[in-house]
Design a protein around this ligand. Structure first.
Ligand code: SAJ
Length: 479
């Protein structure tokens, strides 16, 4: 038995064989990139042979990518490394014993948004299987987004229980959060800087060795494992915070009758050495899998592994206040719709509302945690009929999504733009008004994508987030 971890690494020799546990959006491109590094002789992709995802094993071993969507470079890379015999996928976790390094990229969803407790069960199973076959001198790296304290806490405990070895003496342990984004999986792994944090210096150094060869442009940013967990959750918490600041200011601008976008232009002009205002954009809400979750990971972290937090008595976390503001925005869209209908002498009950955009982000089919759903539930609960259009999202459980914009708009009393899809940048006010068949249909712009001066002259009642200068406009009889 080596006397210390550095000894164990020397005894094991340089990293040559790598295991990647979890053949998903993160694991597959990472495994393929590792396999493409000349000095790495072999990469094993570990995937449970389950009913839902076992099919990936055969696909990958045929050199095919099981990931949907357009991922530049990925299919060719997989085909190349499989053909070269450098990458193969297996459900046989015993091969972990032959790996000098093992990375785990397993999703950590929140099962029930109301309690915001992450479901670590899949990740913990992966950690358990890894520990069971772990050999001396191996480096284990957690890539999944986790609550700060998980790597040095739960992950370490499970690995030691299953292997009978001691982390930091017999094997290394680190956290290296991913920053992949759909459509840019390979590029992000090669070009983004990579935060890498070990439970000790030897683990950190070994993890830096592991990732350096796949960074074409990015640099390694070393730190402790817990700091890396805080960094990952905080980078998204800060984005959510910046969006919330823009949302709150937009609500203030509406109340004060000014155009948020004029104000924003002025604020953003403050740019000089050391001076900046990273003001983002207000909108109909914040969806997706990252920003809607990572704040809660950070907040749990300070409770789980934080010591004595010095905090103003009774003051709510700024980050949770930001979440509350962003989560309010679909309700604000509902208020704008209700107020617009009232100006047309109508109520939400009995009206027909067309929702344009179900995806949580423009020009994408990703509808995870979409704000549109919150709004849809609100108008339906108030007795409105709803039609949903989205040019990218083909299906969503329990919902009919029309690919035909004209059909979705036909007969609508109100149209609410929820997603900034490029298709909505050229809406024809006259054509759409005729489709509604109404004298004064309502248009509610949640993504600053509609020109009020193009719609109001045709008799539309306009409401827009941040458009305090237009939301009380005179109603025109329309041409
Ligand atoms: N949103 C706004 N206003 C903004 C920006 C976004 O309302 O100014 C809304 C979007 O409409 C969307 C949500 O926030 O509903 C999230 O948008 P996002 O652009 O942050 O996209 P995500 O959720 O895919 O975030 C990912 C994150 N990447 C990773 O976690 C690896 C995030 O850290 C990136 O900053 C972001 O992509 C990005 O910049 O593309």
């Amino acid at each position: 038995m080596a006397r210390g971890l550095a000894e164990a690494f020397v005894k094991r020799g340089p990293i040559r064989t790598i295991g990647v546990v979890g053949m998903g959006y993160v694991g597959i491109p990472a495994a393929a990139l590792f396999a493409d590094v000349p000095r790495y002789s072999r990469v094993w992709g570990f995937q449970r042979d389950s009913a839902t995802s076992g099919y990936k094993i055969a696909m990958l071993n045929r050199g095919e990518s099981p990931l949907g969507g357009d991922e530049p470079g990925l299919a060719a890379l997989i085909q190349r490394v499989v053909a070269a015999g450098k990458f193969s996928c297996t459900a046989d976790f015993s091969r972990i014993a032959s790996c000098d390094a093992v990375t785990l990229a397993i999703q950590t969803p929140f099962l029930d948004p109301s309690d915001l407790l992450p479901d670590f069960s899949a990740l913990e199973e992966g950690i358990r299987l890894t520990g069971r076959h772990l050999s001396e001198g191996t480096l284990v790296v957690i890539e999944s987004t986790v609550t700060p304290g998980t790597t040095a806490g739960t992950a370490r405990r499970i690995l030691e229980e299953e292997s009978g070895m001691v982390a930091g003496r017999d094997f290394g342990l680190a956290h290296a959060p991913e920053r992949v984004m759909v459509g840019r999986l390979i590029r992000n792994l090669q070009e983004h800087d990579r935060v890498v944090g070990g439970i000790d210096d030897a683990s950190t150094a070994r993890a830096c060795d592991l990732y350096s060869p796949i960074l074409a442009k990015g640099r390694i940013i070393p730190m402790s494992a817990t700091a890396a967990e805080v960094e990952k959750t905080a980078e998204n918490t800060f984005r959510d915070l910046q969006i919330a600041a823009a949302n709150q200011l937009a609500l203030y601008c509406e109340a004060m009758g000014v155009n948020f976008y004029d104000v924003r232009e002025g604020i953003a002009s403050l740019k000089e050495e050391g001076v900046t205002r990273a003001i983002l954009w207000p909108g109909a809400g914040v969806g997706g899998h990252c920003l809607t979750k990572d704040t809660y990971h950070l907040e749990r972290g300070v409770k789980v592994c934080g010591g004595d937090l010095d905090w103003p008595e009774g003051e709510k976390s700024l980050f949770l206040s930001a979440r509350a503001i962003n989560n309010f925005m679909p309700m604000h869209m509902f208020h704008l719709t209700r107020d617009g209908l009232a100006r047309a002498g109508k109520e939400v009950a009995g009206s027909r509302v067309a929702i344009l955009g179900w995806a949580f982000i423009a020009d994408s089919d990703d509808s995870r945690n979409t704000p549109s759903e919150v709004f849809r539930d609100l108008v339906v609960s108030e007795g409105a009929e709803v039609d949903v259009h989205d040019p990218w999202v083909k299906e969503y459980s329990g919902l009919e999504i029309s690919p035909d914009l004209d059909r979705a708009i036909t007969g609508a009393d109100a149209v609410a733009v929820f997603t900034g899809h490029r298709e909505y940048r050229a809406l024809d006010p006259l054509h759409l008004k005729r489709l509604t068949g109404k004298a004064h249909p309502v248009i509610v712009d949640g993504r600053n994508i509609v020109d009020p001066d193009a719609f109001i002259p045709h008799g539309w009642i306009y409401k827009g987030i941040g458009r305090g200068d237009k939301n009380g406009h005179a109603i025109v009889e329309g041409r």
